[in-house]
Design a protein around this ligand. Structure first.
Ligand code: ADP
Ligand code: MG
Length: 368
């Protein structure tokens, strides 16, 4: 293999430091630093234009950064050409060779590395088995479905046992059902391979489903790096709270000690987080509960009053749109089970909403 300088093992850590890339006056990457652990499934999540592809292309060697360092293990690779980096790669439009068979496509990375035929055949068979296409080796690419093509691209990316795999929105062309199936399969495949995975998506649910950790990008910067659960439960800025999960943000008055909404001090689990700009209360539909009209006040629960404006059956749950007055509307998600049906309010009814102290999330507009 071409990477004789790298240590043996199935994965390598990646260390990016001060990576900057400008296009004219535009900063696509702005001082990006991140340490990715060996064997980790790390997702770059952000809206369109936030710099995800640019960062991935810089890791791959196709985009030369203006400055900064990229290390794979203890090797500085920032000036290495793509073919010297030993990476497996899958992109959005996975560019298979249309005139080659499935097996020939998968064999390609091994051929250019000069492996012998017997060895190539064995590795191709193993890679096709890994993506559950054992019997498809002789097929032509145009005879495959979108999902099968995606699997061929995957097999081609993993066949030479790379220690780092990069994927840029590899599932975005697939329909929802297949995409969700492939998310689970990719995660299982990653576990089997043990390689370090850097995965790009703009789909927050996909990121939550697949990742060990998620780096959220906005305007060329990593604004938060956390596990899926920490990102969801403890976003550090309005941007992350808004981008990950469903929520409504309401302006609050925040001092150093406490935050209040419409004059009532909010009970929270911790202090008001530091940051710049105004502060917001983040309300997620599944964290709000309907309190029985006569119920006593619970010292652990914040209360909001509103009117049910609409009740929407969504299959697995019921979404109640609640008018808080003052032009503010929030959603409350209730279970759709038969047992829970009795507590679904009628449109027009007056509601008492409860939000537990532990679920009362205050974020600054821009995190510290
Ligand atoms: P993402 O993958 O998150 O959608 P990109 O990394 O593709 O974002 O792009 C980040 C920013 O850099 C965008 O504003 C994009 O227009 C700009 N950009 C990317 N590639 C080029 C290029 N080759 N020339 C000029 N601008 C570019
Ligand atoms: Mg992109």
């Amino acid at each position: 293999m071409s990477n004789s300088t790298q240590q043996p093992g199935r994965s390598l850590p990646i260390s990016v430091s001060g990576l900057t890339k400008t296009y004219g006056a535009h900063r696509a990457l702005d001082e990006v630093s991140i340490d990715i652990r060996a064997g980790e499934f790390l997702t770059l999540l952000g809206p369109s234009g936030s710099g995800k592809t640019t960062l991935l292309m810089a890791l791959a060697g196709f985009v030369p950064p203006d400055r900064g360092s990229i290390r794979f293990g203890d090797q500085e690779v920032v000036t290495l050409s793509p073919d010297k980096r030993g990476l497996g790669m899958v992109f959005q439009n996975y560019a298979l060779f249309p005139l080659m068979s499935v097996a020939e496509n998968v064999a390609y990375p091994l051929k250019i590395r000069g492996l012998r035929k017997a060895e190539i055949d064995a590795k191709v068979a193993a890679a096709l088995a890994m993506v559950q296409l054992e019997s498809y080796g002789e097929r032509r690419i145009h005879q495959l479905s979108g999902g099968q093509r995606q699997r061929v691209a995957l097999a081609r990316a993993i066949v030479f046992e790379p220690r780092i795999i990069l994927m840029d929105e590899p599932l975005s062309a697939l329909d929802k059902k297949l995409r969700e199936l492939m998310q689970i399969e990719l995660k299982a495949l990653h576990r089997k391979l043990g390689a370090t995975m850097v995965y790009v998506t703009h789909d927050q649910r996909e990121a939550l489903t697949m990742s060990d950790r998620i780096a959220v990008l906005n305007e060329g910067r990593i604004v938060q790096l956390d596990t899926p659960e920490a990102l969801y439960r403890r976003p550090r800025s309005l941007f992350v709270a808004d981008f990950v999960g469903e929520s409504v943000a309401l302006r609050v008055d925040a001092g150093a000690a406490a935050a209040s909404f419409r004059g009532a001090v909010l009970k929270t689990a911790g202090p008001v987080p530091a940051g710049t700009g105004p502060h917001f209360l983040i309300l997620r539909p599944e964290l709000l509960e309907l309190l029985p009209q006569g119920a006593a006040t619970d010292p652990e629960v914040n209360e909001l009053a509103g009117v049910a404006r609409d009740v929407i059956f969504q299959g697995e749950s019921v979404l109640v749109l609640v008018d808080l007055g003052g032009g503010q509307e929030i959603g409350v998600r209730l279970p759709a089970s038969r047992a829970a049906q009795a507590s679904v309010p009628a449109a027009g009814s007056t509601l008492r909403l409860g939000l537990h102290r532990e679920d009362t999330l205050i974020v600054p507009e821009v995190g510290a």
